[in-house]
Design a protein around this ligand. Structure first.
Ligand code: NAD
Length: 457
C-alpha cells in the first residue's frame, strides 16, 4: 500500500521503516531539512536498536523515501499518518499546532480520498480538529468535503529503546474509526494495512475515535501512576527501614498487580509520561473535573527527581563546592539517546548549582546530552565548565567523592567493583535505579544508597 508518514521522529521513522519492511511503499515527510538530509545520506538521526538496518534495506529497494516536499507527500499515500510532536503547551495541555499544520497541508494538496491517521498522542477531540482543518482548506479550494477523507485515531504504544520490536510485535493495535461511509472505507484500508500484524492472533481493538484517543492517555497515566506509587512507598520504606525490592516482589506476585512497572527509582522522564499525564489533567480541567490521582502522580515524580540530590546533600552537606562527583547515565532510560525530561538533568542542576564538579558518562546519549545541557545551563556558563563528558565509564569515576547512577544501562549493572573502588576517591554509590544489592555492596565495602532500600537489620 502507498503510505505517507508526516513527521520523521522517533514514532514516524519507526512506523515508516517498519511498514516499508512489510512491503509497503512509504514516503516519510519532515519539515526538518537537516533530519531529511541525514536520512538521505544513509544516516539515522536517532538511536534505536535495529532501526538503521531496516531503514538501509528498505531505502535500497526503493520502498522508503525521505523528503521535505509536502505536495509530493500528500500525493503519495492514500493513508496519511500524522506522527508529529505534541509537546506541552505553556499550561501543560498538548500543543496541537504541528498536528493542525500537517492537517492543513493535506487539505491544501489532496485530490482523492485520503485516510488521515492520528498516530501522534493527541487529546480527545483532536480528530475533529484535524477534520475541521482539512475541511477549511478544501473549502478554500471550493472542493466537496465529507466523503473525500476520514480521520482515524491509531495511537502508538511503542517504547523508545525497543521501538522496532514493539512496532513489529505489538501487544495491541488500537484503531478508532467513524461509522459513516468514509469511516467504513477508512476502516477497510486500516484493516488491510495491519493484516500482517494480526496473522498470529487478532491484536486489533476497533473502537470509536474518541475512545481510541483516550486509550493512549489512559495507558500512559496508568503506567506513570504505578511508578509514582512505588516511588512514594520507596521513600517511606527508607524511613521505616523496609526494602522496597522485597516489597515489589511481594506484591508483584499477585496476578492482579503483576510485576511490570513497579520499580522504584529517581523518577520517570521521557517525551511521553510527563507530558501525557499533564495533558490528561488539562483535558479533565477543561471539562470541570480535577484528576486528583494524576495531579499527585505528577507531584510525586517531580519530587522524586530530587531524591538522589537530596541523599547526596544529606551525606555531603548543602555546599558542594570543591567536591567532585561521577554520574553514570544521562538518557531518560536505557537504549535511547533521548534526553527529554531526563532525571539526570535535575540531578546535574542540583550538583552543579551547589558548586560541585561532575564527570558524566552515557554509552549513547553524550552528544544529545551536550546539546540539551548547553541549553539548560545557557545562563550559567560557569556551571557548565564544571561538567566533564567522559567516553569511558571508569574514567568518569576518577577522584570522585561518590558515584550517582541515573540510567539503568546494561553496562552499569555489573561493573568491576574493584575498579570502581580504585577510581573513586571513596567507595560511595548513590544508585537511582536500584541496580545493586545493598548487602552485597556493604560486604564489599561500599557505602551504598539505593531508593527505598535502607532496611534495618
Ligand atoms: P519527535 O519530536 O521525535 O518527531 C516529530 C517530528 O515531526 C520532528 O522531526 C518534526 O520536525 C516533525 N514535524 C513537525 N511538524 C511537522 C509538519 N508539519 N510536517 C512534517 N513534519 C513535521 O516526536 P516523537 O517522539 O516521534 O513523537 C511524535 C508523537 O508520537 C507525539 O505525539 C508523541 O507523544 C507520540 N508518541 C511518542 C512515543 C515515543 O516514545 N517517542 C511513543 C508513543 C507515542
Amino acid at each position: 500500500m502507498k503510505i505517507t508518514i508526516i513527521g520523521t521522529g522517533y514514532v514516524g521513522l519507526v512506523t515508516g521503516a517498519c511498514l516499508a519492511e512489510l512491503g509497503n511503499d512509504v514516503f516519510c515527510l519532515d519539515v526538518d531539512e537537516k533530519k531529511i538530509a541525514i536520512l538521505n545520506n544513509g544516516g539515522i538521526p536517532i538511536h534505536e536498536p535495529g532501526l538503521a538496518e531496516i531503514v538501509a534495506r528498505n531505502r535500497a529497494v526503493g520502498r522508503l523515501q525521505f523528503s521535505t516536499d509536502i505536495a509530493a507527500s500528500v500525493a503519495h499515500g492514500q493513508i496519511q499518518f500524522i506522527a508529529v510532536g505534541t509537546p506541552p503547551d505553556e499550561d501543560g495541555s498538548a500543543d496541537l499546532q504541528y498536528v493542525v499544520a500537517a492537517a492543513r497541508n493535506i487539505g491544501k494538496y489532496m485530490t482523492d480520498f485520503k485516510v488521515i491517521v492520528d498516530k501522534s498522542t493527541v487529546p480527545v477531540g483532536t480528530a475533529d480538529k484535524v477534520s475541521a482543518a482539512i475541511t477549511a482548506e478544501l473549502a478554500v479550494r471550493k472542493l466537496a468535503t465529507e466523503t473525500t477523507f476520514s480521520v482515524v485515531s491509531n495511537p502508538e504504544f511503542l517504547k523508545e529503546g525497543a521501538a522496532v520490536e514493539d512496532f513489529m510485535r505489538p501487544d495491541r493495535i488500537v484503531i478508532g474509526c467513524n461509522d459513516d461511509t468514509a469511516g467504513e472505507n477508512a476502516r477497510a484500508l486500516m484493516k488491510q494495512l495491519y493484516t500482517p500484524f494480526n496473522r498470529n492472533h487478532e491484536r486489533t481493538y476497533w473502537m470509536d475515535v474518541r475512545s481510541a484517543e483516550f486509550t493512549k492517555y489512559a495507558a500512559n497515566a496508568m503506567l506513570a501512576t504505578r511508578i509514582s506509587f512505588m516511588n512514594e512507598l520507596a521513600n517511606l520504606a527508607d524511613k521505616v527501614g523496609a526494602d522496597i525490592e522485597a516489597v515489589r516482589h511481594g506484591i508483584g506476585s499477585d496476578p492482579r498487580i503483576g510485576h511490570s512497572f513497579l520499580y522504584a527509582g529517581c523518577g520517570y522522564g521521557g517525551s511521553c509520561f510527563p507530558k501525557d499525564v499533564q495533558a490528561l489533567e488539562r483535558t479533565a480541567r477543561a471539562y470541570g473535573q480535577d484528576l486528583l490521582i494524576l495531579r499527585a502522580v505528577e507531584q510525586v515524580n517531580d519530587r522524586q527527581k530530587h531524591v538522589l540530590g537530596n541523599k547526596i546533600v544529606e551525606r555531603f552537606g548543602e555546599d558542594l563546592s570543591g567536591k567532585h562527583f561521577a554520574l553514570w547515565g544521562l538518557a531518560f532510560k536505557p537504549n535511547t539517546d533521548d534526553m527529554r525530561e531526563a532525571s539526570s538533568r535535575v540531578l546535574l542542576g542540583e550538583l552543579l548549582g551547589r558548586g560541585a564538579t561532575v564527570a558524566v558518562h552515557d554509552p549513547v546519549a553524550m552528544a544529545e546530552a551536550r546539546r540539551v545541557l548547553e541549553l539548560d545551563f545557557a545562563n550559567q556558563p560557569e556551571a557548565l565548565q564544571r561538567l566533564r563528558f567522559c567516553e569511558n565509564q571508569m574514567e568518569a569515576l576518577e577522584g570522585a567523592e561518590a558515584l550517582a547512577i541515573v540510567t539503568e544501562w546494561k553496562n552499569y549493572r555489573s561493573p568491576d567493583f574493584e575498579q570502581v573502588r580504585k577510581h573513586l576517591k571513596a567507595p560511595v554509590i548513590f544508585d537511582g535505579r536500584n541496580l545493586y544489592e545493598p548487602t552485597v555492596m556493604s560486604d564489599i565495602g561500599f557505602e551504598y544508597y539505593g531508593i527505598g532500600r535502607s532496611v534495618l537489620t
